[in-house]
Design a protein around this ligand. Sequence first.
Ligand SMILES: Nc1ncnc2c1ncn2[C@@H]1O[C@H](COP(=O)(O)OP(=O)(O)OP(=O)(O)O)[C@@H](O)[C@H]1O
Length: 239
Amino acid sequence: MEVLKIAGVKIENLYKNFSVDGKEIPVLKNLYLNIEEEGITVIVGKSGCGKTTLLRLLAGLEIADRGQITLDVKGKLGMVFQEPRLMPWLTVWNNITFGLNKGTYTKEFIENLISLVGIKGFEMAYPDQLSGGMMQRVAIARVLAYKPSIILMDEPFASLDYFTRETMQKELINIYKQSKKAIVLVTHSIDEALIVGQNVVVLKDGQVSNSYNLSKYTYPRDILNDNFVKIKKEILENI
Ligand SMILES: Nc1ncnc2c1ncn2[C@@H]1O[C@H](COP(=O)(O)OP(=O)(O)OP(=O)(O)O)[C@@H](O)[C@H]1O
């Protein structure tokens, strides 16, 4: 059985079924995966192939039917969803610091995070005064404020327009370069996977059908270059 490298997380022989209307639907079947402690791992696959289920199992939001998930990463786990899930009655600053224990962060730390995600000047704004992209930046800052060692992102840019999505992909790379965390991002966009992923894992029929170590390709990447076009074609054939 091929064991693939992806952030201080080892997944072995993982099975997950869902029961719908009395029928068992197998979603993940005998899945093996290693996630390295540092880097951006992208899990790419068609709609319904089990990407979100895999992330939810990693986050402990679902329980596997069989198999093992070993988290070697010491520390906390943060999650970013497709929609920002901000609290509308709180300012940007308070959304980011809500739930953090006083004494675990400084004003300067939060200010730096706000600059890092590119929302400086909007600290006192409320979510309904922000664009979709800005709200997602706040959601990312909120996760970073929590100081997780691994960040799970479920289609975080899916609801954004093309240009905002491009900008957010660049921001994510920038955040990774500065924070050096393990980031696991789920997407159905092969282009997004090639633009941001250091490890790209293709999920098909509940299993890893292929994986690519792209860490030799520096950022920013030109995904119209021959190597990337070739990889994209190969992924399209196996997805
Ligand atoms: N709580 C649940 N109860 C029953 N079936 C579920 C549940 N969650 C997911 N499923 C089923 O599991 C399969 C995989 O769903 P999942 O959300 O993991 O796919 P996905 O790859 O993330 O899809 P998408 O890209 O469309 O979000 C689907 O067939 C879905 O209907």
